[in-house]
Ligand binder design. Sequence first.
Ligand SMILES: [Zn+2]
Ligand SMILES: [Zn+2]
Length: 373
Amino acid sequence: MSSATAALVLAGGQAALLAGGLQASAHDLPLGDDKISDAPRAGYVFSCQQRFNKNTPGAHASGDWLGTATWDPDRKPHVQGSVTWPAEISIQREGERRVIRANNLPTHPTGTFPIQRSDPAYQYDRNNGRITAQDILLEMPAVPEIAASPSCVPMGMIGFTLTNAAQYNALDGRGDDAPAHEMQDKCGGHPQQTGQYHYHNMTPCIDDTRSQPGGHSDLIGYAIDGFGLFGKYGEGGRKLTNQDLDACHGHSHAINWDGEARTLYHYHMTDEYPYSIGCFMGTPANLPGSMGGAPQGPDDGPRQGRGGPENRPGGPGGPQQVLANAAAQLGVSADALRRAVGPPPPDFQRASRMLGIPADEIRRALDAARSGR
Ligand SMILES: [Zn+2]
Ligand SMILES: [Zn+2]
């Protein structure tokens, strides 16, 4: 018997028995599939990537933990194994900045990746990623400020946790609810194609301690805009839902910040989709591998969303048009693609991380757009 099944017996109790054992668990969560928006919206991911290819590699099958509108984390299999890692992480305040240097190898044991053929999870998801050390250098304001308007969350790292793992948004490569569909280990993590170990919801492998004023959860990590990422409990020690939070999945009140009481915006984790950050209230840092400098182009303006590439500035064959055509082919907005590849020459590895699209595919799309194909 798997531990997931055992947990159900304990947790489901009378309701599950009455309903015939495996029909109604007390832990069903609403499924977040297709809850993607092109503007801040509670309960949704305001995603930089707006179009998703449903044929993207990922979980290829599902089981009885997944209903048509709900899923049950207690019944979902975990990737097996217990592998320990030489974690290196330092988080320092350097004047006005907070700097995270880390190798992104988690402080807790992980499952065995690539997922082994003998692992029951293999029948659902053949993730062949291998957990690999990353060179994380994340610089953020130590006391962030709210930006003029919220901004979308990219694919890839949107936060970094104290357990030395990346926090990703709630979406898998197909735009579906990642925690519900993809196979993660007991800590809710797995690697993507370049081996970056990450979570899509709150890891159960960090204690949701509550030593903040009023029984509020403690910090579990930082969003890449510098605001804190806290556990599931709010003021008064009450477990939070989306209703308690704004469209970006946060709120402002007095918290303990670097040892001082301060009223400051922060994000919370919830059991409910989108689980973590839904959009950025601050200004997200340039990601590792980026060329640095100011954000490129009109990226902070309204998102292009599903608008056609034909409205973009730049004549036919110009760089803007090439970018727009390649973006349309990849199913992302031109802004997202421009931000992902960075200034010339294009950084395909970084673009791949940010967009969740294989680097080769991005290169092909840009080549094709350049040659007018
Ligand atoms: Zn993932
Ligand atoms: Zn709070």
